[in-house]
Design a protein around this ligand. Structure first.
Ligand code: GLV
Length: 331
């Protein structure tokens, strides 16, 4: 029985962006939910005001809740149910101090995000973005044995930074699908038996992984500790023939350093789904032929976006029923 039929005041929820319709139906059945039918992004001011007006907010990773906003007095909001596995958009410590619970959506976007990392790896290796642009522009003059050659993927070494769920899913795709040996860096030790089962070897430093890999795929969380983890020095540690794939967070890579590395041949190519200042993508990147670019679509399938929404809804329902959250983010 929903809270509405029990005659209780329903918690007031703001859903910041348009969600798949089955999720919106579920949210309106359980909450006094304000939906975003036009899907237009909220202004910073609207988002701040929402903290005073709603019991709960369901935001996406693009909406930022900083410590200064979360530490203001008189906030009504008690839960931020993030529509993302990453939560670098929320200062969780400040939220916790303000008595606001935070939840995320782990598990449901693992495979789709790894699929996009694999897509970008293949696109970058095989110059797919350039090739398609060139064909669509009508410039293709026919088969040529030497023009526009990419690099073989099969058997090349994959380097993973951050061996969490998505890192493992990417490693499995590369190892089982493309016969690629896998080396990786992870802050904590990962169970040897597990990683051996998909041919992955844990190395002691990021630089070691960068220097051994032909393709480096980033799967670490965003946030202050990983900001510009891949900087000019780290790019210089990569092979000049190597490609960088980023489906994690734009801020993990120093974009200016990356542009320079691509322009000077420090590395061979890049496949990017995330950017430092989304939706801004530097013109220099957009102009380069050795770069494949996607507009943050790692989790962008109907199935996954529906599961993410349902997971956020489950966290809201648990919270307002006074139960433990299925996926609470803790400091
Ligand atoms: C998407 O970018 C996520 O973190 O879920």
């Amino acid at each position: 029985m929903s809270a509405r039929t029990q005659g209780k005041r329903l918690p007031k929820i703001l859903v910041t962006r348009k969600l798949p319709s089955s999720v919106e139906q579920d949210l309106t059945a359980h909450f006094d939910a304000t939906l975003n039918e036009t899907d237009s992004p909220l202004t910073k001011e609207q988002l701040e005001q929402a903290l005073y007006d709603y019991d709960g907010i369901l935001p996406t990773a693009a909406e930022k809740f900083s410590a200064s906003v979360l530490s203001k007095p008189g906030l009504k909001c008690r839960i931020i149910a993030n529509f993302a596995v990453g939560y670098d958009n929320i200062d969780v410590e400040a939220a916790t101090n303000a008595g606001i619970s935070v939840s995320n959506t782990p598990g449901v976007l693992t495979n789709c995000t790894a699929d996009i990392a694999m897509t970008l790896l293949l696109m970058s290796a095989r110059r797919a973005s350039f090739s398609e642009r060139y064909l669509r522009k009508g410039e293709w003059a026919g088969f040529s044995p030497t023009f526009n050659l990419g690099t073989r993927v099969t058997g090349k070494t994959l380097g993973i930074i951050g061996m969490g769920r998505i890192g493992k899913a990417m490693a499995k795709r590369c190892y089982f699908g493309f016969g690629m040996p896998v080396v990786f860096y992870n802050r904590s030790r990962i169970d040897l038996e597990e990683t051996k089962s998909f041919g992955a070897v844990q190395l002691n430093s990021i630089d070691q992984v960068l220097s051994e890999a032909d393709f480096v795929s980033l799967h670490c969380p965003g946030g202050p500790t990983t900001r510009h983890l891949i900087n000019a020095h780290r790019l210089a540690a990569m092979k000049p023939t190597a490609h960088l794939i980023n489906t994690s967070r734009g801020e993990v890579v120093d974009e200016i350093a990356l542009i320079a590395a691509l322009q000077t041949g420090t590395i061979a190519g890049a496949g990017l789904d995330v950017f430092e200042e989304e939706p801004k993508v530097p013109k220099a990147l957009r102009n380069m032929d050795n770069v494949s670019l996607l507009p943050h679509i790692g989790s962008g399938t109907l199935e996954t976006r529906t599961e993410m929404g349902m997971k956020a809804a489950d966290n809201l329902k648990a919270f307002f029923a006074g139960k433990p959250l299925p996926s609470q983010v803790k400091i």
